[in-house]
Design a protein around this ligand. Structure first.
Ligand SMILES: [Zn+2]
Length: 137
């Protein structure tokens, strides 16, 4: 991936996960689902946890969910994140029944409560790379 203006670690995009990243680039949440039992799963993986089918499809998610938990990152795990520390990483229960982690933007950690509604936002880092984040809905 060519990302001349993005100096943070890049996601490892594989054939298995490419539809998720392509969806983000188009500002859509695309989630993997089982083609047999329709169970949605995230992150993308080859086998259904429920019925063990290896057939999957991609579905468009709502991007809406509730706050399951969060972490305030004071110590950057990579030097490229130092200038934006502290920042909040959230774990969100999406409406589709799966959990997803992404930064939580424009939020005051002292005001957060479990179960708060959040929505997905799309952060265009380069023409090829869009990363997910959440904000309070
Ligand atoms: Zn299944």
């Amino acid at each position: 991936m060519n990302a001349p203006n993005y100096d943070k670690p890049l996601p490892d995009i594989t054939a298995l996960t490419r539809p998720f990243w392509d969806g983000l680039r188009e500002h859509r949440l695309v989630l993997q689902a089982c083609a047999r039992c329709h169970t949605v799963r995230h992150y993308p993986r080859p086998v259904c946890d429920r019925c063990y089918s290896m057939e999957s499809v991609w579905v468009t998610g709502s991007g809406r969910g509730t706050l399951h938990s969060w972490t305030v990152n004071h110590h950057p795990f990579h030097f490229a994140f130092k200038r934006e520390s502290p920042f909040i990483t959230s774990t969100v229960d999406l409406a589709e029944g799966v959990r997803m982690q992404a930064p939580l933007r424009d939020a005051d950690a002292s005001q957060l409560e479990l179960g708060m509604p959040v929505e997905l936002v799309f952060e265009d880092m380069t023409p090829e790379l869009t990363l997910p984040a959440f904000r309070l809905a």
